[in-house]
Structures are given as structure tokens and as C-alpha cells.
Design a protein. Structure first.
Length: 208
């Protein structure tokens, strides 16, 4: 009788092992997202007056945007789409957002704190970041290769990209490939499809 029980338990363990191993292996496999390169190092101040660096995001999958609080054109749409990401991954400690202002002379930590509260920001890993203007311009242009600059002739006085950068837990910029096999580099923060794509890819990176 003991032998039969032992055989029965062994069979259950074997079946569980066959079922579980692929899931465990999949957990540690890299997704089909390609690596663009390491995220540039940065050191900025968030809406609570705390210094935040790229190292604070290690171990987290996060999205980066460049914006400014008084932007009358694309920023409101970008912020609303970031709120959709917050809703999708709310409560997940391995997810984060970095919203970097390109108008730091106006967007002080206090202004950014009020802006975050107005938007309804609740995720503790969503940092609104400010610092020196030239430092931020250099971070955007040369670090992320995303345009940001001052232009008195346009509404709001600044120009910037509407793209979102996706960074994995190891601090590497990642993206999907298009139908032609080319990396898309960044995700369209103004387009519903772009937001859906980045949602799907955040989930992939969270599983890595």
C-alpha cells in the first residue's frame, strides 16, 4: 500500500514538474524585444524634492517622456496616455514612469507636485523630474536621441518629441520591431496603437 502511495505521489510530482518547468524557464528567457542601448545616466530632482537617478529605476521597467507642465499642445495627450499606463500597472512595484520637464525654470518641484496631483498621479514610482535646463536638453538630445529645445515662435515656447522610451529592469532601452524587421526605437505617445503596443511590451519586460 505504501508503494502505491509513493508511486502516486511521484506521478503527481512528475506531472507538476513537466507543467511547471516551461513556465519557470519562460520567466528567465529574454522576450523578442530588441535592445537599443543603455539608458543614459541622469541625476534630477522629483516633485517631492528628492534626488532621483537612473539607478533608482534599476529592477523596474519604466517609461520616459519629455514634457512641460504649461505645454498647450501635445503634453496633455501624453500625460493622459501615461495615466493609462498607471492604471494598467497600478500597484506593481516593478513598474515606473519618468516624466522629465524641458522647462525647469518654471517647473520647480512644487509646480510639478501640483501638476501631478492635478493629473491624479498615484503610482509611487512615477517621478516628475526637473533640473538644469541645458543638462535636460543634453539628456534628451544626446542621451535618448529625442528632440527637445526652446522655440519662442511656437505655442508654449518649447518643442519636444511626443515619443515614449521603454527601459527594462537592467537599464537598457528596448523596443519591438516593425513589420519590415526594423526596431521602432520609441513608442508614439500620442497614438492609441502606440500606447497599446507599449502596454504589451511592458508586460513582456516585467516577465523577464
Amino acid at each position: 500500500m505504501k508503494n502505491k502511495s509513493y508511486i502516486g505521489i511521484s506521478f503527481i510530482v512528475l506531472i507538476f514538474g513537466i507543467w511547471a518547468v516551461p513556465k519557470i524557464v519562460a520567466k528567465f528567457q529574454k522576450s523578442d524585444l530588441v535592445t537599443i542601448g543603455p539608458v543614459p545616466s541622469f541625476e534630477l530632482t522629483n516633485q517631492n524634492g528628492k534626488t532621483i537617478t537612473d539607478e533608482d529605476y534599476l529592477g523596474k521597467v519604466y517609461v520616459v517622456e519629455f514634457f512641460f507642465s504649461t505645454c498647450p499642445t501635445i503634453c496633455p495627450k501624453m500625460n493622459q496616455n501615461m495615466l493609462k499606463l498607471q492604471q494598467e500597472f497600478y500597484g506593481n512595484p516593478e513598474f515606473g514612469i519618468a516624466s522629465v520637464t524641458i522647462n525647469p525654470q518654471y517647473d520647480t518641484p512644487q509646480v510639478l507636485k501640483e501638476h501631478a496631483e492635478h493629473l491624479g498621479v498615484k503610482h509611487y514610482n512615477w517621478h516628475f523630474l526637473t533640473g538644469d535646463q541645458e543638462y535636460i536638453f543634453n539628456l534628451a538630445r544626446n542621451g535618448f536621441n529625442l528632440y527637445a529645445g526652446e522655440n519662442k515662435k511656437v505655442a508654449g515656447g518649447f518643442e519636444h518629441s511626443g515619443l515614449f522610451a521603454l527601459v527594462d529592469k537592467e537599464g537598457k532601452i528596448r523596443c519591438r520591431i516593425d513589420k519590415f524587421g526594423n526596431p521602432i526605437m520609441y513608442y508614439d505617445g500620442l497614438d492609441d496603437k502606440g500606447v497599446q503596443d507599449i502596454k504589451e511590451d511592458i508586460k513582456k519586460l516585467l516577465e523577464e
